[in-house]
Design a protein around this ligand. Structure first.
Ligand SMILES: [Zn+2]
Length: 263
């Protein structure tokens, strides 16, 4: 069983009992199947014996992923599993995902920087600012602004559509959950890796199709995870994500022009 990256890993018998009594008052985890709040994910009886908790609403094992390796959870998240999203958002230490998001930021920025360099050379407009090292940092900044803008837009929509949820959760906590959700949805950017490695072996059409597929996966991931975070139906989430994404792209393109001009 794998618990090394899981929050309640270091528990003695007495601390488990303390947690049990405390958890009765505060349900800080959720069932990954139905989203119902639960007090504890498992109960530890000895150092080697534990029992996973069952959800009182759906009666399934509340969180099967506490026994899974993080890599398997990541693979499930990339396969758009909503259970894995709930686990990562609410029941697991998010430190690994923050680190991974940094790698993905660099990966996405490199892909963007390279694409801009290719377009620049094709147009025979040698934009030294873009193809130089500084251009890479500008792309990093653009992508970070991208994350912030989409988080803010979706936060505003949630405030308007789900005021009761926001007041219950607290806007700061909800904003952090939303930022985590965007980070998880950004796992789609991992699929840009083959395009970076084999760009010379593909045509422009092939590269465009690849990017379109990655974008489609990313949008689906956003829809699925926003449906969880905001308690929306998938269709509702889709109707929010699509215009939010268009608005974000519009704002980002304007900011990008500004950044490239002044930096
Ligand atoms: Zn349940």
């Amino acid at each position: 069983m794998y618990f090394s990256n899981h929050k309640p890993v270091k528990m003695t018998k007495s601390s488990a009992q303390q947690q049990s009594s405390f958890s009765k008052q505060q349900k800080k985890y959720i069932c990954i199947n139905c989203g119902h709040p639960i007090a504890e994910l498992y109960r530890q009886y000895t150092n080697t014996a534990i029992k996973t908790s069952h959800c009182e609403k759906c009666h399934k094992v509340a969180d099967k992923y506490i026994e899974f390796d993080p890599i398997i959870i990541l693979v499930d998240a990339m396969l758009l599993s909503q259970e894995s999203y709930r686990h990562m958002l609410h029941n697991r230490n998010f430190k690994l995902n923050w680190k991974l998001s940094l790698v993905l930021l660099l990966l996405e920025s490199f892909a963007l920087w390279r694409q801009k360099g290719i377009v620049s050379l094709q147009k025979d407009v040698l934009q030294h600012e873009i193809i130089s090292e500084k251009g890479f940092y500008i792309c990093c900044l653009q992508n970070m602004i991208d994350y912030v803008i989409i988080t803010l837009i979706l936060l505003i929509v949630a405030c308007v559509q789900r005021p009761a949820l926001i007041s219950c959760t607290g806007i700061n906590k909800f904003a952090v959950i939303l930022l985590k959700a965007i980070t998880i949805a950004n796992l789609s950017k991992m699929f840009l890796l083959p395009l970076i490695v084999w760009r010379e072996n593909t045509t422009d059409l092939g590269a465009n199709i690849h990017q379109l597929l990655v974008l489609g996966h990313h949008l689906l991931a956003l829809v699925y995870i926003y449906a969880i975070v905001g308690s929306f139906k998938k269709l509702q989430a889709f109707l929010i994500i699509l215009p939010a994404f268009v608005v974000k792209e519009y704002i980002k393109s304007n900011i990008s022009v500004y950044l490239e001009y002044y930096f």
